[in-house]
Design a protein around this ligand. Structure first.
Ligand code: XMP
Length: 335
């Protein structure tokens, strides 16, 4: 544990100059640690793994092998953006794995939220391990661990109970765990510091400032047993909400906002005919630490615009609802 306590002398990284100094120091440390060996990284496109990737590309270039697993539960254009930024923009050594069918086949008919999380987390490790075993000469595994992750695992080790099983801190199979030494350049940073470092590394604002997105992705927002048609409707409706929040500036101020779709249909009417469809539920919350949350009071004109667009543009949805529940009693995600 000794190695896992942020040094008291470490200055909080709040400015580009401090970020530059941190980057230079980490580049030296990483080069000293890995030499000419290869380093593997699961690159989800989230803030932490993206900042680690950009930092390591700067330090060791093509010695870094990034694997981006598309579990089929990404938001609209998310995997495409990862490829654009890292392969095309930063010339990263990036392996893209479209594992959509593997995940959706395993999830078919599974309605229990915890079972869904376990399946997604477990299969993520399986897919990543399959890729890792194909590679030769990789001795290191980089991870986007940040200081709150370390504090959280200390809490869990002390026996405090989690409400939901987050899958991100998952273990690799023994044969791989034994093979790799960890590289965790962000492990003493808080989230705001990671963002400052990401900006200094030149990552796009959409990536550095993006809202949190859970590891199991849209899987915990396509409620109950996931079907491909309802998942597709969720992805489109979510993209519309995000677009409208960006248009009116709410994307800059609201902490987290998304759509969830339950596995129920109601009767509606479209083009003078009966039209059974799912309801899309809008969730928009503000919080400091995600332990409690308050509701964003979305202006009515925005709600009307989002509703009108979703019900006309997204096949299968005939109603839009607005979740007004703070946390507690509602968790931020529905599952
Ligand atoms: P809840 O729903 O527990 O969510 O109020 C609190 C915050 O955690 C995110 N969340 C997750 N993040 N893996 C993650 O990385 C997960 O399995 C997971 N589940 C929830 C949620 O989006 C919110 O920001």
């Amino acid at each position: 544990m000794q190695n896992n306590v942020r040094p008291e002398t470490m200055e909080r990284i709040t400015t580009p100059a401090l970020a530059e100094a941190f980057i230079e120091e980490q580049i030296k440390e990483v080069r000293a640690q890995v030499g000419d060996k290869k380093v593997l990284l699961a690159l989800s496109g989230g803030v932490d793994s993206s900042v680690v990737a950009a930092l390591l590309i700067k330090a060791i270039g093509k010695q870094l092998v990034c694997v981006h697993v598309n579990h089929g539960l990404m938001r609209k254009n998310e995997s495409e953006n990862v490829i654009e930024v890292f392969r095309n923009g930063l010339d990263a050594n990036l392996i893209y794995v479209d594992a959509t069918d593997r995940f959706l086949n395993l999830l078919a008919g599974v309605a229990d939220p915890e079972k869904k999380r376990k399946i997604i987390g477990g299969e993520f490790i399986n897919v990543f391990a399959d890729e890792a075993r194909k590679l030769e000469g990789v001795s290191f595994l980089a991870q986007g661990t940040i200081y709150p992750d370390i504090l959280e695992s200390i809490k869990q080790a002390e026996g405090k109970k989690a409400v939901k099983s987050h899958h991100n801190v998952g273990g690799l199979p023994d044969d791989l765990a034994e093979r790799f030494e960890l590289v965790e350049p962000l492990k003493f940073l808080f989230k705001d510091e990671v963002r400052v470092v990401g900006r200094a590394l030149g990552l796009p604002a959409e990536m550095v400032d993006r809202q949190p997105f859970p590891g199991p992705g849209l899987g915990v927002r396509c409620l109950g047993a996931i079907t491909r048609d309802r998942l597709a409707a969720l992805r489109e409706a979510d993209a519309i909400l995000r677009e409208e929040f960006a248009n009116c500036g709410l994307s800059k101020t609201v902490w987290q906002y998304f759509i969830a779709i339950p596995d129920i249909k109601s009767v509606g009417v479209k083009d003078d005919s009966r039209y059974e469809g799912w309801p899309a539920i809008i969730r928009a919350v503000n919080t400091k630490d995600a332990m409690t949350a308050t509701i964003e009071e979305i202006p009515y004109p925005v709600l009307h615009k989002v509703t009108a667009r979703i019900v006309t543009e997204v096949p299968g949805i005939n109603r839009v609802l607005y979740d007004l529940t703070p946390k507690p009693t509602g968790t931020i995600e529905w599952e």
